[in-house]
Ligand binder design. Structure first.
Ligand code: MSP
Length: 517
């Protein structure tokens, strides 16, 4: 997912600046953070981008309603999204705002590059049709839903009739080239079911796309066309190349990182998988490496909506359950790509089950036993049995399985695989019963504990992308130095060094106890 094999470029959508961040936004960025961290630990150079989408009629209207200049308004509200990074431990390398000068330069250059290609992909016409400010999208008459309140977009957003001069992008001419591209890049859109939806949409024929507006001002001016502002999606999508230096495609950063992996919600897949590659190809720029569309969260069985007032602020979740538990839950509860439901019950189930019981107990019982019975030092193993080898193999081969899954964005399956080994380790503790060996066979006891501590070390290294803080605390308790926490260190000798002093163990995942009513 980058031009060179040891690099990785991942992006989140840029968020509409006038929304208040909720767990839907946090989810997309979290998934990208997990992948960014995974690849960094795997020794890659990573570029992880997020940011805010600040132009368009919707923002202009919100600024007006707040009685503020649009840029002052954006400066204020974009901070809500920037603050999410520190709250949720996101490790983005850059935070782009579409109101930045570098972005204006990139958008205008991309527009000019489409014109310069000489294929007449952009032409001047007149737009007469339906527009939804909420979705910032144009709709055909046949796509609208009749309702007592008037016509609505398929998303349920109101639409208005717009008539104005407009530049168009000749999307209709891109049908066959897009289909050929999807055909020759079978994993360009994932998951496969979403890919099929996009392919049939494109097969059914594409309408030219209105690419500029003249009835409002808050946006990037079309070059050499006074009064025309770029369509907000042309502007927004371009952020992905702005951040790596476009229009200067000769910079080290563009040459290293482009093309990117774009992670988006299913609602905005069409913009990314149809419009965006067409714009780029028309401008002579390589399309993205992949567009992965994830599903949507409902809250306690209901759609999140302003009118229901059931928006969940990420800060409320973190305050209640802790950062690591929230990160784990969001990544584990749904297959990445599918829709699913957030509920307090499900969250507590994961926290007390997977975290406190499975991982937390394993670490706690092994490390406190070592502290008491091995002089608080890494035990010295004797000869390994087949049971020992089996458990060590399971944790060693985990890395390759995780890599293969991460390459297809199957994040939940990475956790499933790790937890399978945690289950093996817990069964191994019960079967080997080190407490029963204390007097009868102290060498065997030390071997069993060494195998367990080494398994925990490997598990903790692999858990880092998902729960950086908790994994770090487990590695601290095993006295693993900071520079021995990468994936290379996971499989390389030396593993845990016998005799190294260990700090006093302490619980990493406290159980969640319901407050008394
Ligand atoms: N500004 C555009 C994206 C431009 S990218 C060039 C936009 N912004 S958004 O703020 O409305 O949405 C950003 C992301 O949040 C989308 O990927 C969307 O799918 C995601 N989510 C919003 N609500 C969500 C849920 N309830 N569940 C999961 N993700 C959701 O679209």
């Amino acid at each position: 997912m980058a031009a060179v094999p040891d690099a990785f470029y991942i992006t989140t959508p840029i968020y509409y600046v006038n929304d208040v961040p909720h767990i839907g936004h946090a989810y997309t960025t979290l998934a990208c953070d997990v992948m960014a961290r995974f690849h960094r630990l795997d020794g890659k150079r990573v570029m992880f981008l997020t940011g805010t989408d600040e132009h368009g009629q919707k923002v202009e209207k919100s600024a007006q309603a707040a009685g503020m200049d649009p840029l002052v308004f954006c400066d204020k509200v974009s901070r809500n999204f920037r603050d999410l990074s520190s709250l949720l431990g996101f490790s983005n390398n850059d935070f782009i705002r579409t109101t930045e000068e570098r972005h204006t330069v990139a958008c205008q250059a991309l527009w000019r590059a489409v014109i310069a290609s000489g294929n007449n992909d952009i032409y001047l016409g007149k737009y007469a049709g339906w527009y939804s400010v909420r979705d910032e999208a144009f709709y055909g008459e046949d796509e609208l839903i009749e309702s007592p309140k008037g016509k609505l977009a398929p998303s349920g957003a109101p639409v208005e009739w717009v008539e104005e001069p407009s530049y168009f992008f000749r999307l209709s001419a891109w049908r066959d080239r897009l289909l050929a591209y999807y055909d020759s890049h079978p994993d360009f859109i994932l998951p496969a079911a979403r890919r099929n939806e996009v392919v049939s949409f494109v097969k059914s024929g594409l309408r030219d796309l209105s690419l500029s507006r003249t009835s409002f001002k808050w946006g990037i001016p079309v070059p050499d066309a006074p009064g025309h502002i770029m369509y907000v999606w042309f502007d927004a999508l371009t952020n992905y190349v702005t951040a790596v230096g476009y229009p200067d495609t000769g910079t080290a950063s563009f040459k290293t990182f482009w093309p990117a992996l774009h992670v988006v919600g299913k609602d905005i897949l069409r913009f990314h998988a149809v419009y965006w590659p067409a714009f780029l190809m028309a401008a002579g720029v390589e399309p993205p490496a992949r567009v992965f569309a994830h599903g949507w969260w409902t809250i306690e069985g209901q759609k999140m909506s302003k009118s229901l007032g059931n928006f969940i602020a990420p800060s409320a979740l973190v305050g209640k359950y802790g950062l690591d538990a929230v990160r784990y839950f969001l990544m584990r509860e749904l297959p990445f790509g599918a829709d699913g439901d957030y509920s307090h019950r499900a969250m507590v189930g994961r926290l007390n089950g997977d975290l406190a019981n499975d991982l937390g107990n394993l670490v706690q019982r092994v490390l406190s036993f070592v502290a008491k019975n091995c002089g608080a030092k890494v035990p010295s193993p004797g000869t390994l049995t087949t049971d020992d080898d089996r458990l060590l193999d399971a944790s060693e081969t985990l890395l390759d399985r995780a890599r293969a899954l991460i390459d297809r964005q199957e994040l939940h399956l990475v956790l499933e695989e790790i937890w399978r080994v945690i289950g093996d380790a817990n069964r191994y503790v019960d079967a080997q019963a080190p407490w029963a060996l204390r007097k009868s066979d102290p060498l065997r006891m030390a071997t069993v504990l060494y195998v367990l501590a080494e398994t925990i070390r490997r598990i903790a290294i692999l858990v880092q992308p998902f729960m950086p803080t908790a994994a770090g605390r487990i590695l601290d308790q095993l006295a693993v130095p900071g520079d021995r926490r990468t994936f290379t260190a996971l499989v390389d000798a030396p593993a845990l060094v016998p005799g190294v002093a260990l700090p006093k163990p302490e619980g990493v995942f406290p159980r969640y106890v319901e407050a008394a009513a």
